[in-house]
Design a protein around this ligand. Structure first.
Ligand code: AMP
Ligand code: MG
Length: 479
């Protein structure tokens, strides 16, 4: 069924525990991602069968599966927890996809593991659907992310505030190595494991590259770059992760662990949706700063490998971390230029972008739709109320100055400004319908979100911001 080629299982025993998924009494399909299955080089009919359903629910262990719960630690809301680990997930194994890339296939919500602590190891249907839809939407938006291969219900009840249908998500990731994986070994002063993990991670995520100098520094450098790029992409699309704990930051640079995440409708830099984020630590505008903080935790964990002299190690790590701001700013500026339709660079571009956002905030406009309206205004339609005509005049002059002209501006903007994003109220509708046994709302949403940059009249409903009664003010972990 899968041509597994497991390497994480070859690391020393203290990296993971072997587990068995819980039994699912009555597995049923929610959704199967045949497009992704083909990309992974999997046998689609075999997986869409009754046997496939048993595999994705955890009832059958496929041949060659490793069934591991990975160990990791993490800073949760700034507080260090020395042992977290896969408390509700099991790694089935690794496969090599059609592009030659190694991918993990993991079941999430498949029962207790030695890392479950006080949790039940299960996932309610709503959380699985949320992660399925948002991760696939992020992929379609061109943002690095874990993917969703399949979702099934188990027939079991999951008890939260109320009994809910239980479900399992089959998640695909470049790897599940997190900042917290390094913290786990650093906290145990297990330098040998750290060294193995650094080498493993470099080989896994940069197979074609040779690293001549210090391996830990090289990994830090690469991770900083990928996170700087990822964070700029999140900010430019209006995504709030919601739980940027260090255990939820993947070294691969993929967005991982969709819990109380949200896309902003009305632009507000201070937006927070997560019900557990009381202090707004993970507010929209704080995300780049938090990413840098998480990277400093990674650096701290790597210190013993960077230099035998702690002071020297710290100096080297600090110098590298300082590059985060510059790298993030470069990615953000380039992305904002595309969103505004600028094919070349001018010194005032950042200011123009920031002023646009400021107007948007003051007038409480919808983030996604205002960029779309800006593109439409290339045809002459006026965008803002008269008070902002000065900005608009500057922007039009700027577009006109670019060598390739307004036509190129339109193309750039079309490719950089999505028409549809997974809006919170649409997600909520899909989830509530699914709990009532109707998956059609979810199906339709998945289809629409697969082409976020297309201007399709039939998708109008999905680009509409929520009305007052639809507005979602809080999102929940749902774990
Ligand atoms: P999160 O930040 O939600 O990804 O999860 C933080 C930690 O809590 C991880 O170690 C998870 O495996 C664990 N966890 C979350 N929900 C559950 C659950 N229902 N049962 C067991 N462990 C859980
Ligand atoms: Mg997590």
């Amino acid at each position: 069924m899968f041509d597994f080629d497991n390497t994480y299982a070859g690391l020393p025993k203290r990296f993971a525990c072997i587990v068995r998924p819980a039994r699912a009494s009555n597995p049923q399909w929610i959704h199967f991602n045949s497009g992704l299955a083909r990309e992974l080089g999997l046998d689609v009919p075999a997986l869409q069968s009754h046997e496939g359903l048993q595999v994705f629910s955890g009832n059958i262990v496929p041949d060659g599966a490793c069934m591991l719960a990975q160990a990791y630690a993490g800073h949760q809301f700034g507080h260090f927890v020395p042992q977290l680990g896969d408390g509700r997930a099991v790694l089935l194994g690794e496969i090599i996809d059609r592009n030659g890339l190694r991918r993990d296939i993991q079941l999430k919500g498949s029962g207790m593991t030695p890392f479950s602590r006080r949790g039940d190891g299960l996932a309610p249907l709503g959380a699985v659907i949320r992660e399925y839809i948002v991760s696939e939407a992020m992929f379609a938006l061109g943002i690095p992310t874990t993917r969703s291969l399949a979702a099934v219900t188990t027939g079991e009840k999951v008890f939260r505030e109320q009994p809910l249908a239980g479900a399992v998500l089959a998640r695909v990731a470049a790897s599940h190595i997190r900042v917290g994986t390094f913290e786990y070994f650093a906290a145990r002063n297990d330098t040998e494991a750290l060294r193995l993990l650094v080498d493993y991670t470099l080989k896994r995520h940069y197979p074609a590259e040779e690293f001549a100098g210090n391996a830990a520094l090289a990994l830090l450098d690469k991770t900083i770059e990928r996170q700087a790029r990822l964070l700029a992409q999140w900010m430019l699309v209006g995504f709030i992760h919601g739980v940027m704990n260090t255990d939820n930051m993947a070294i691969s640079g993929e967005t991982i662990d969709y819990g109380p995440c949200a896309f902003i409708d009305t632009y507000d830099p201070d937006a927070v949706f997560s019900s557990i984020d009381h202090s707004g630590r993970y507010a929209y505008c704080n995300q780049p700063t938090i990413a840098k903080w998480n990277l400093s935790v990674l650096a701290e964990s790597l210190l013993p490998l960077i230099d035998a002299e702690t002071k020297q190690a710290r100096e080297k790590a600090r110098a590298m971390l300082e590059a985060f701001d510059r790298r993030y700013a470069a990615h953000w500026s380039a992305g904002m230029q595309r969103k505004l339709g600028f094919g070349n660079v001018e010194s005032g571009d950042d200011e123009l972008g920031r002023a646009f956002l400021k107007n948007m905030h003051q007038q409480q406009l919808d983030y996604t739709n205002t960029f779309a309206a800006l593109e439409s205004s290339l045809d002459g339609a006026s965008l803002f109320a008269a008070s902002d005509s000065l900005w608009e005049a500057q922007w039009r002059a700027r577009v006109a100055r670019q060598p390739s002209g307004a036509r190129a501006a339109r193309q750039l903007m079309r490719a950089a400004n999505p028409r549809v994003i997974p809006r919170n109220h649409q997600l909520e509708r899909a989830i509530q319908s699914a709990y009532r046994g109707d998956y059609s709302v979810m199906e339709r949403l998945i289809t629409v979100l697969a082409q976020p940059y297309q201007l399709l009249a039939e998708n109008d409903e999905y680009s509409r911001p929520p009305c007052e009664t639809e507005r979602v003010r809080q999102t929940f972990c749902g774990t």
